[in-house]
Ligand binder design. Structure first.
Ligand SMILES: [Zn+2]
Ligand SMILES: [Zn+2]
Length: 296
């Protein structure tokens, strides 16, 4: 079972500044491991709002160097490394993020990188087995990840297919549709998270739009698709409506992701993270009270 928690389903430069939808990326919450993908602006605050402890994060994946995918990575490394007091956490990222782009700009400082347990550069097309030896849950875990090539402004960026607890999750990251690559790479995944910036009639180079996404879904046939990284126009015109259009044209169950909500692959439904956390806390305190009564 994996929960896919969305901290930010907004994309594009206009939404980035206005924050109509968040830009904190998403989390893969497995049985033992917590993986945060593309922690852009607001990731830390939205983690707290969802009732999660940033110090419980085990791994960060940063797919490329754009600010809407990486700005909160440094502060999350501070959380993972116990306030920089020890080494902690795994980072998987593009070469541009770890070593610098063509101008030499690094997205995560050497100082922060030095406090990681593991710092792994992932190249498009590469496959890695990642072991989380010191998982915050106390139970070590591992996952496999294959970096999927993209057509985007950062040539070292990647999407991925990641297998955690037996669930295969695909993520397009920011990219234009590459049929020869993406149809095969995302074939049959349990869930495909698509950074669908634009509607079908509103193209922009280097990004995905609904028309191309339908082609990808028809060919790759994932079990379900979740829209994220939606641009301002799509947000205003109605993400749920867009998801319904994509679903009826592709035949693939499609949802519009929502900030603060998670999709549970076992229960096949959506849940409000903060509300679920509150319920769990109340349940626990009721249980504690019961235990107290028994010991009196
Ligand atoms: Zn980008
Ligand atoms: Zn982006």
């Amino acid at each position: 079972m994996v929960d896919l928690l969305f901290l930010g389903t907004g994309g594009g430069r206009f939404n980035l500044v206005r924050q109509m939808r968040g830009t904190g990326g998403f989390l893969l919450l497995g049985k033992n491991a917590t993986i945060h993908v593309d922690p852009g602006p607001g990731a830390l605050l939205r983690l707290h709002a969802a009732g999660l402890d940033p110090q419980k994060t085990d791994a960060l994946i940063v797919t490329h160097m754009h600010v809407d995918h990486v700005s909160d990575a440094g502060v999350l490394i501070e959380a993972m490394s116990d306030h920089m007091l020890s080494k902690g956490g795994v980072l998987l990222a593009s070469r541009s993020v770890i070593s610098g782009d063509r101008h030499g700009d690094k997205s995560i400082s050497t100082y922060h990188q030095s406090r990681l347990e593991q710092c792994v550069t992932l190249a498009p097309g590469e496959k890695k087995e990642v072991r989380i030896a010191k998982a915050k849950s106390g139970r070590p875990d591992s996952f496999s990840i294959t970096a999927v090539p993209v057509k985007h402004d950062d040539p070292t960026g990647f999407g991925f297919v990641l297998t955690l607890d037996g669930v295969r999750i695909g993520y397009t990251s920011d990219t234009e549709y590459l049929p020869a690559v993406h149809d095969k790479a995302f074939a049959g995944v349990d869930a495909l998270i698509a950074n669908n910036l634009k509607t079908a009639d509103d193209h922009i180079p280097d990004h995905l739009n609904s028309g191309d996404l339908v082609k990808l879904l028809k060919s790759a046939k994932p079990k379900l698709c979740i829209l994220s990284h939606m641009g301002m126009k799509l947000i205003v015109s109605g993400p749920e409506l867009e998801a319904a259009r994509i679903q009826s044209a592709s035949g693939v169950p499609t949802y519009a992701g929502k900030d603060g909500y998670y999709y549970c692959t076992e229960r096949c439904g959506w849940f409000d993270a903060a509300k679920e956390k509150k319920k769990a806390k109340e349940g626990k305190s009721r249980k504690d009270e019961g235990q107290k009564r028994l010991t009196l």
